[in-house]
Design a protein around this ligand. Structure first.
Ligand SMILES: Cc1ncc(COP(=O)(O)O)c(C=O)c1O
Length: 388
């Protein structure tokens, strides 16, 4: 077996930055204020306008956003938070960092998001919150989830890491639908600032606490100190963190926010071309987009059907051999060492099946129609020449 690294001509994902991002970064560098400052405040204001949320709090990543979200739940040892296993491990890690215990509920086999019925069945007297994930940019069934949460008097946190630009019943994800929604701006997301995150909420007291917690729980912000004509001494009101976003990142994210509608519409166009091609192919099952949900297609993840002429792994390898990079389906957290427990195997079959049977195909702003045709044609040829 060789260890030679593969040369790919079509990556699975690639961010798009233009002249405007370059100019915005240069302006920040020249301004002399590079850490959290006016650009972060401006991004927050504009994210509120985009989502309709009362507050937006920018942070260093979605992992840190989720960490703060679970901190404001005031969890105590033994408290449980229900989340899907089919997610990036940061979802469950944030519950542990917040002092609680993740309890996994299985997903709906069509949408790959939390199955509301299974979620309700997982509620125990120790449940303190629900963490719904809008996986790869498709909104979770928030109406059903919020109904259940209301009946059981539980707050809902939305892990909206991949979901900037997605909509649920005509309202943007981040409105927020639950108590808090947490976004990621890492390099693979539709809207990217390299790294970065943001929380939206309509709760004044929680927003105030989140703003403090991201900056070591300092009682006075840097901007307030800077603009004061009187000397100000700060206090550190609880144990906080440095989870701040820099003004350099905020400047990039601010430009990207203006591009978000274009990003989403290009992705939706590419997704519709994939879907049409795979319908005629018959062995690659396209993702579902239920009525009243708008998928941003952060990732396009079809499923290799049971009757497929080729296994998922062999398909990935054959595509890589042609220079096309792919990824397996979204991970199942319960299979990773910190969360392994025999009890999950029986309960999380749909999640495990998606991890094993799905494939994430190239999807990004600059993917051309011709490159996409090459991906589609390659899949067709590989399938036609495969013998299982
Ligand atoms: C569902 C989900 N949650 C959380 C995260 C963590 O985001 P970040 O990389 O910004 O920490 C990701 C990142 O891929 C994600 O997909």
């Amino acid at each position: 077996m060789t260890t030679q690294s593969a040369v790919t001509s079509i990556p699975v994902s690639r961010p798009f930055f233009g002249k405007e991002e370059e100019v915005a970064v240069a302006e920040v560098l020249r301004s002399g204020w590079v850490s959290q400052g006016p650009r972060v405040a401006d991004l927050e204001k504009r994210f509120c306008a985009h989502t309709g949320a009362k507050h937006a709090i920018a942070v260093s990543s979605c992992a840190t956003a989720l960490h703060l979200a679970t901190t404001v739940l005031n969890l105590r040892p033994g408290d449980e938070v229900i989340c899907p296993s089919l997610s990036f491990i940061a979802t469950a890690n944030s519950i542990v960092h917040g002092g609680g215990m993740p309890v996994f509920a299985d997903i709906d086999p069509l949408t790959y998001n939390l199955d509301p019925e299974l979620l309700e069945a997982a509620i125990t007297p120790r449940t303190r919150a629900i963490m719904a994930v809008h996986q790869i940019g498709l909104p979770a069934a928030m109406n059903e989830i919020l109904d259940i949460a209301k009946r059981h008097n539980l707050p809902v946190i939305e892990d909206a890491a991949p979901a900037a630009g997605a909509e649920y019943f005509g309202r943007p994800i981040g409105a927020p639908h639950g108590l808090l929604a947490c976004f990621s701006f890492d390099g693979r997301k539709v809207l990217s600032s390299g790294e970065g995150g943001l929380i939206t909420t309509n709760d004044d007291a929680i927003a105030d606490r989140l703003r403090k917690l991201r900056t070591q729980a300092m009682s006075v912000s840097d901007t307030a100190r800077h603009s004061s004509s009187k000397i100000v001494f700060e206090q550190y009101v609880e144990v906080g963190h440095n989870f701040r976003m820099s003004d350099i990142q905020a400047a990039v994210a601010g430009v990207q926010l203006t591009r978000l509608p274009d990003f989403v519409s290009r992705r939706r166009y590419l997704a519709s071309r994939f879907t049409e091609a795979f319908r005629s192919l018959g062995w690659l099952i396209p993702p579902t987009e239920p009525k009243d949900m708008l998928h941003n297609y952060q990732s396009y993840m079809p499923r290799v059907a049971k009757n497929s002429p080729i296994s998922r792994d062999d398909l990935m390898q054959a595509l890589l051999d042609r220079g096309i990079s792919t990824r397996r389906g979204v991970m199942s957290i319960h299979r990773e060492p910190p969360y392994r427990d025999a009890k999950w195997e029986k309960l999380l079959r749909n999640s495990a099946a998606v991890t094993d049977e799905c494939i994430i195909l190239p999807m990004y702003q600059l993917l051309t129609d011709q490159e996409q045709d090459f991906v589609i044609e390659s899949i067709r040829e590989i399938g036609a020449s495969a013998q299982r």
